[in-house]
Design a protein around this ligand. Structure first.
Ligand code: PMP
Length: 360
């Protein structure tokens, strides 16, 4: 047998996640991964690299619990929120029997993780305004163990209606885990579902330090859930999921000063987002701009593939969403520095567009 034939069939058939770094590009304006545009600096304080780290570093857990307004027993820390997604599927879904459900267009790792593990992906397309199609979801719940809802949603940018989330939680009670992916919640913090954990033993909230905390390179994320869920995830997590330097820096980022700095960054990103949207509104090739509660903006662009390539060739790297269901002609633009936002607007204004009268 060839090496290829030795591999599991689902792995042979798998299309890996097209991460921003994998897609490459030769840019000087990187606006394709919803990162914070500038580096924040930390000094390492922990020098005990001869020893294994704690599985769940106490200071990181305690600080995150305090920040999120939950108990330390309700927090799990992992190698990014992406690892949280995988742990949930591994802990709750029997390969070949159970399914996960999610609502495209949405974040790509729910399907990649499920497919890797050999778990069925059930999809219910979002409604016109990218909300939950609750009647369709109700008809698809048979065998579903984990439901992923991204709010605010990547790549569309809007929140999922809280009333619909309540209905979904009632539908799933006793049957499935409902995961609210809050990777971007710092940009609309009042909307978190963390306060709903008390009444909902089957609710899970995913968080990350990769966005507003400006630490995508650290690889640190959090799963908030009731103790029973956390204890199951602790059974399947690697023995040392976080290296000592990661735990050291995460604890610093979650100090009162670290959180204050994060809030200042959020205010600055929101101001830059307003400037980006205002500029896009006055740009001929931009046909529609969708409301965003996040650090990115989705826009429908005339001849989007050609525009994407033209900007790529100029070193401005955006994210092409054209192939996602309902997103034909759409590009996702991360909110960068004010200068980067202006570079995007200037480059888009150089593109041929529709006459204003033809625009919607
Ligand atoms: N969920 C969503 C919606 C995301 O956009 C991302 C990052 N692209 C993640 C989860 C994963 O975050 P992390 O970097 O913590 O793995």
């Amino acid at each position: 047998m060839s090496i290829e034939e030795l591999a599991r069939e689902n792995v042979r058939n798998l299309t890996p996640y097209q991460s921003a770094r994998r897609l490459g590009g030769n840019g000087d304006v990187w606006l394709n991964a919803n990162e914070y545009p500038q580096a924040v600096e930390f000094q390492l304080t922990a020098q005990t690299l001869n020893r294994y780290p704690e599985c769940q570093p106490k200071s990181v857990i305690e600080r995150y619990a305090q920040y999120a307004g939950v108990k330390p027993e309700q927090v799990l820390v992992s190698r990014g929120a992406d690892e949280g997604i995988e742990l949930l599927i591994r802990a709750f879904c029997e390969p070949g029997r159970d399914a996960v459900l999610y609502c495209p267009p949405t974040y790509g790792m729910y399907s990649v993780s499920a497919e890797t593990i050999g778990v069925e992906c059930r999809t219910v397309q979002a409604t016109d305004g990218w909300q939950l199609d609750l009647p369709a979801i109700a008809g698809q719940l048979d065998g579903v163990k984990v439901i992923f809802v991204c709010s605010p949603n990547n790549p569309t940018g809007q929140l999922i209606n809280p009333q619909d989330l309540r209905t979904l939680l009632e539908m799933a009670r006793g049957k499935a885990i409902v995961v609210a992916d809050e990777a971007y919640i710092e940009f609309c913090p009042q909307e978190t579902l963390a306060g709903w954990l008390g009444e909902n033993p089957h609710l899970v909230v995913l968080r990350t330090l990769s966005k507003a905390f400006a630490l995508a390179g650290l690889r640190c994320g959090f799963t908030l859930a009731n103790e029973e869920v956390i204890n199951l995830l602790l059974k399947v997590i690697a023995p040392y999921p976080l290296s000592t330097p990661v735990a050291d820096i995460a604890a610093q980022a979650l100090s009162p000063e670290g959180i204050a700095a994060m809030r200042e960054r959020v205010a600055q990103v929101l101001a830059n987002r307003d400037a980006l949207i205002a500029g896009l509104r006055e740009t001929p090739c931009v046909e529609a701009i969708f409301d965003s509660e996040t650090n990115y903006v989705l826009a429908r662009i005339t001849a989007s593939s050609a525009v994407f390539k033209s900007l790529w060739d100029q070193g401005i790297i955006l994210r092409d969403q054209n192939r996602q269901p309902t997103l034909s002609g759409c590009l996702r633009i991360t909110v960068g520095t004010r200068e980067e936002c202006q570079r995007v607007i200037d480059a888009l204004r150089d593109q041929p567009g529709l006459a204003a009268t033809e625009r919607v």
